[in-house]
Design a protein around this ligand. Sequence first.
Ligand SMILES: *Cc1c(COP(=O)(O)O)cnc(C)c1O
Length: 220
Amino acid sequence: MSIPSRLNSLRKQIPAHVTLIAVSKFHARNEMLEAYDAGQRVFGESRVQELVEKQSALPPDIDWHFIGTLQRNKVKYIAPFVQLIHSLDSERLMREIDKQAANNNRIISCLLQLHIAEEETKSGFSYDECHALLESQVWKRYPHVQLCGVMGMATFTDDARQVCKEFRALRAFFDDVKKKYFAEKPEFKEISMGMSGDFGIAIKEGSTMVRIGTSIFGER
Ligand SMILES: *Cc1c(COP(=O)(O)O)cnc(C)c1O
């Protein structure tokens, strides 16, 4: 199947209130342009250098999301243009994003990444760490960072019950912190969860953003 027809069939499965992020990491610009020409405007990348190169070569009306592990010393390269960082996972990173956003006269939207999977390897705050950060109010010292919600990656497994349980917990965490800390902040509204293998479950559990690569562009 072609990229446009894969995109169209995905769009039929994704309700209008859920943002489809086309995860284009490791895929060539011409493949991305096929998606662009089929109307896709939101793309996600997980490596800084690749994101910067693609951003300078592709049309200016693309919204670029950063979804991978972000090293502090590389924030400066994406700060001029990145639309949403999904992978905020420490206060030190928040401080650096704030600094680089200020240098660019911007406010950068970010999601708190939570470690929701069983695997040890996936990054993100634990629920306790994230609660502690929010409770401490230190994030209010970083006015160039706008917290817009949460992100999580479920365990890579065929066990739908496990995945469902993890997404449900993330949703419950979102609801809890929304009420406690962001009740007056309409922009705190995003739950980024769901990839090619599990976006159906994620949407049922309340996802507002799905990050999909393989089902659009094929295997990497
Ligand atoms: C690669 C990646 C995706 C997309 O995964 P697919 O299984 O190809 O849809 C989503 N989120 C993150 C954080 C990724 O690194």
